[in-house]
Design a protein around this ligand. Structure first.
Ligand code: GDP
Length: 181
């Protein structure tokens, strides 16, 4: 794989968390492979995808982890969070219960990581406007209160998917380069 062009400079682990069926796997497959699966069934076991982004002329590799169904059994392990530099906490704008559970996910994230982890709240399925149960303002104000970045996304129609991942990657890069440089 390697050639003489240079070496990878950064590799960041990012985790995706949130209730079952909010669209975590589809956000990742949309971002990494530009694919969407209307009938995806969660398989058990953690999976990740590696995605390269260029920032300031440097190659950043993001290793993005998907719970792949562990959360259905409340069994997201501490190994899943270990070493993460960033997290996307996803809810489904068409299911209020998934938004109500954000606080629980935040507690879990906080108990496994320090405050330097770049965090983004993601309201997915914004294509489902006609069955929306959580307003844009509710998402925004929760994110503000908790100090999270915030975007609504749609893995189905691609709205904001790349932007969400790349905001987190850029924030991690900024955090790391502030410390290193
Ligand atoms: P996960 O359990 O959080 O990984 O969720 P999945 O990615 O498996 O998605 C659960 C279901 O929601 C699947 O039927 C997807 O097709 C659907 N889904 C995921 N993202 C979106 C989206 O942005 N819009 C709509 N309408 N459906 C979505």
């Amino acid at each position: 794989m390697s050639d003489d062009e240079g070496v990878e400079e950064y590799l960041f682990k990012i985790v995706i968390i949130g209730d079952s069926a909010v669209g975590k796997s589809n956000l990742l497959s949309r971002y990494a492979r530009n694919e969407f699966n209307a009938h995806s069934k969660a398989t058990i076991g953690v999976e990740f995808q590696t995605q390269s982004v260029e920032i300031d002329g440097k190659e950043i590799k993001a290793q993005i982890w998907d719970t792949a169904g562990q959360e259905r059994f409340r069994a997201v392990t501490s190994a899943y969070y270990r070493g993460a530099f960033g997290a996307l906490l996803v809810y489904d704008i068409s299911r209020r219960a998934t938004f109500d559970n954000v606080a629980r996910w935040l507690d879990e994230l906080n108990s496994h990581s320090d405050t330097t982890v770049a965090r983004m709240l993601v309201g997915n399925k914004c294509d489902l406007e006609n069955v929306r149960e959580v307003t844009l303002e509710e998402g925004k104000s929760l994110a503000e209160a908790e100090g999270l970045f915030f975007l609504e996304t749609s893995a189905l129609d691609s709205t904001n998917v790349r932007t969400a991942f790349e905001m987190v990657i850029r924030e991690i890069y900024n955090n790391v380069s502030r410390k290193v440089l």
